[in-house]
Write a protein that binds this ligand. Sequence first.
Ligand SMILES: O=P(O)(O)O[C@H]1O[C@H](CO)[C@@H](O)[C@H]1O
Ligand SMILES: O=c1cc[nH]c(=O)[nH]1
Length: 244
Amino acid sequence: MAIKESPSASIAAEESQIAKAVLMPGDPLRAKYVADHYLEEVVCFNTVRNMLGYTGTYKGKRISVMGHGMGVPSMGIYSYELYQFFGVDTIIRIGSAGGIGDDVKVRDVVIALGASTNSHFADQYRFPGQLCATADFRLLRDAVETAEAMGVRADVGQVFTADQFYNDNPDAGAMYRKFGILALEMETAGLYWTAQRLGKRALSLLTISDHIFTGESLSAQERQDSFHEMMEIALETAWKSLEG
Ligand SMILES: O=P(O)(O)O[C@H]1O[C@H](CO)[C@@H](O)[C@H]1O
Ligand SMILES: O=c1cc[nH]c(=O)[nH]1
C-alpha cells in the first residue's frame, strides 16, 4: 500500500480519518484486537512502522484505536502527533502494568490518577519546578463510574512510569511501594505531560499483568479476559467524552 502524504512524521493519514477520541495500547496488535472485536465499519488509517491505527464506530460514535509502542519517547511522538496534527481531543491509554501495591492483584484494573517517573521527557518544557503528570478529571470520573456500573474492581491512584523494563536497581520497587504507588509501567507520564502542554485530555487505564512482589502473573487466556474489562471501560469513557 502506498504511504499517503501526511501532516505528521509518523502517522500517514488525513485528519478526517481519525476520531476525536483515541484508545492507545502499547501493542499495535492489541489495537487491532479492539478494532476487530468492538468497532463497526472499521477503516485502517495507519500502517507506518506497523503501528496500526483504526477508526470505526462504537454505539454509533466514531472512535479510533492505535498502538503507541513502548516507552515515553514513543508515546511522546504518537500522542503529540495525534493531538497536534490530527485534531484529537482525548487519548485513553489501555496498557498492561506490573503490580506494586499490596492491595493490587493481577487482573485488577488500575486507573492512573497521576504518574511519578524517572523520565526526563518534561525537561524540554523548562518548567520552573516539578511538573505533576495528572489525568483529566472528567475522564477519570467517567472511567470510575463506568467500572462501578460494570461491577469491575478498579483501583485509582498513582503509578510509576519507568524508562527501564529491566532495572539494575533491586530496591526501586520497595521504594515505589513505600509511597503508595500501585503499579509500574512505561508511558503514562509522557502521555499526561503531552496532554497538559497541548491543553488536551488524557487518561491511562492499566490491567495488572504480573506482580513485582508476589511473582503472580496471568496466563495468556487470563490476560485476554482481563483486558476486555479495561477495553470496555475505555470505550465507554471515550464514548462519553464525545459530544452528540
Ligand atoms: O502493554 P503495554 O501497553 O505496552 O504497557 C506495558 O508493557 C510494555 C512493557 O512490556 C510497556 O509498554 C509497558 O508500559
Ligand atoms: O512496564 C511493565 C509492564 C508490566 N510489568 C512490568 O513489570 N513492567
